[in-house]
Ligand binder design. Sequence first.
Ligand code: GDP
Length: 308
Amino acid sequence: MEKNAKIYIAGHRGMVGSAILKKLEQEGFNNFVLRTSNELDLRSQTAVAHFFATQKPDYVFLAAAKVGGILANNQYRAEFLYDNLMIQNNVIHHAYLAGVKKLMFLGSSCIYPKLAPQPLQEATLLSGYLEPTNEPYAIAKIAGIKMCEAYRSQYGCRFISVMPTNLYGENDNYDLEKSHVLPALLRKFVEAKQADSPSVVVWGTGSPLREFLHTQDLADACYFLMQNYDEPEFVNIGYGEDISIRDLAHLIKDLVGYRGEIIFDPEKPDGTPRKLMDSRKLRTMGWQPKIDLRTGIKQILQSKFGLD
Ligand code: GDP
């Protein structure tokens, strides 16, 4: 990407989009075209068509999506399917029509079959049934990957897809019903400590394993791939290690300094037993993450909750 290139980040106020924007600013880019969801409803074909025809960005990062944790994915199944399909169809198609030089589509590790061999290799896409709780979201993301592949093969578009593992970082969602596990547990333990509550409830059995990557690392990887990668196959972006929800709860408890009890609620879903990504493809290209989980969590406890 040339330093004066016009860059559109769809979803620039979200956790991922804002991290990408920050990274690009640090790298000296300054010609951004940005729209909030109020200014541009990406589900509207007419609005997106007008936006691309008039703005004609050179590069696009497609980080806009309806996202949420395990309960939200399950409860708002129609919205997760419809909103995400509409957003990505509109942006990818109109990026093609507007002659965008390169586009990056961001997916998720939930695209893989529920029981795919671990670590999750790119080649296992569509080799088995999906995890039911987030199937609508996963189907939309798989369609996005296929859109990029198809537009590349039929029209020669330089559209690439990347699949990040579970993410955490600045501008996360802390809604206890809709968020992902890491921000939810940070909030629960901080509030329990402040209120001197005797216990904190953690959903599920505690046995599922999850891999977590800081969004600063993700943004770094996205920038790296946008500069260095131009192939049809999508690329996993992971940290390389996973942790059980039980151990994550204990780690956050210790870092927060909470002394009460942890209670697991098996009435809540566990979701996929494990989703560690195989990130060898990206590693062999020469990229690796810098922020370990403990350091990343401490950083958020400080910036978001004011804890040292
Ligand atoms: P997933 O990675 O798509 O399954 O999404 P989540 O981040 O929402 O959940 C990951 C795991 O953490 C699941 O096994 C949840 O049951 C578990 N979990 C434990 N406590 C919580 C919580 O307070 N909120 C959420 N979202 N998940 C929790």
